[in-house]
Design a protein around this ligand. Structure first.
Ligand SMILES: [Zn+2]
Length: 267
């Protein structure tokens, strides 16, 4: 661990920024576990703040148990940078999305049960509740079998990761047939937010479909929600602080952002 940080200090990195980013990543692991988005499997990553071709993700460990010392640095090929510990098999999901989407700063991959029906039927998952608006209008479904035939469904190399990233396109979420989802966002907090509300949105849509015809959010409503959102606003912090405390990690929270808007968001 000591060596890990010395590498950055020696490279003249901004320790504060890196420190904050890695702290946020540990919190994200704990929150996603506590909110039931991930279990023993699933992972969240963040792009390196000053070396954008690299990213950080925990070693192969259940997110609920992830600590700072479990974080590993990965190169653009999805391979660990000077680290011999076992990385998560599906790190290529993250590597390929960072490669394809320079705007993306954080990625979540999980197997949340509620979204799975939408990956194996022809019914599209749509944003149907206000907090689900961030999944975006289109949630494409990636089928690994289309280009790779019979596999164990895991994304095991960059070519599979790139195929997934192509399907994601410019959307925020891609479903993975019979497997799970990947969410891409502009910040760790935003990636967590999308991932927490994605299963909830799926539950509501499924419930509505049992009653009758359902009405998704309109394009204008989705745009209006997105326009009021800032990754590091006080409104966003409200949810982050809540989730962190629920996960027993309130003490790990960084500094609360200074209020920058009077617009209320989230209700
Ligand atoms: Zn997976």
């Amino acid at each position: 661990m000591k060596e890990f940080f010395w590498r950055y200090l020696n490279a003249g990195m901004n320790k504060t920024t890196l420190d904050a980013v890695l702290n946020e990543l540990v919190l994200a692991n704990r929150i996603l576990a506590n909110e039931g988005v991930v279990d023993a499997y699933g992972h969240v990553s963040v792009r390196h703040p000053t070396k954008p071709e690299r990213f950080f993700m925990a070693r192969m460990r259940a997110p609920e148990l992830v600590e700072r010392g479990d974080l590993m640095e990965f190169g653009p090929d999805g391979q660990p940078v000077s680290d011999s510990r076992s990385p998560a098999v599906e790190r290529f999901i993250h590597g390929a999305i960072y490669e394809a989407r320079p705007d993306v700063q954080a990625v979540v991959h999980a197997h949340a049960e509620e979204i799975l029906p939408f990956g194996i039927t022809d019914v599209p998952l749509r944003p149907v509740i206000h907090s689900g608006s961030f999944i975006g209008r289109n949630v494409p479904v990636w089928d690994i079998a289309d280009n790779f035939g019979d596999t164990d469904l895991l994304v095991r190399d960059m070519s599979q990761g790139r195929d997934l990233a192509r399907c994601l396109g410019n959307n925020n979420v891609v479903l993975m047939r019979g497997h799970g989802f990947a969410a891409a966002a502009r910040s760790v907090i935003e990636a967590v937010r999308i991932s927490v509300y994605l299963p909830r949105n799926a539950r509501v849509q499924l419930a509505a479909m049992q009653i009758g015809k359902y009405k998704p959010l309109s394009d204008g409503e989705i745009a209006a929600r997105a326009a009021g959102y800032k990754p590091y606003s006080t409104q966003t912090w409200r949810a982050w602080e809540y989730w962190a405390n629920r996960a027993g990690c309130g003490h790990m929270l960084g500094e609360r952002p200074v209020s920058d808007t009077k617009k209320t968001e989230g209700g």
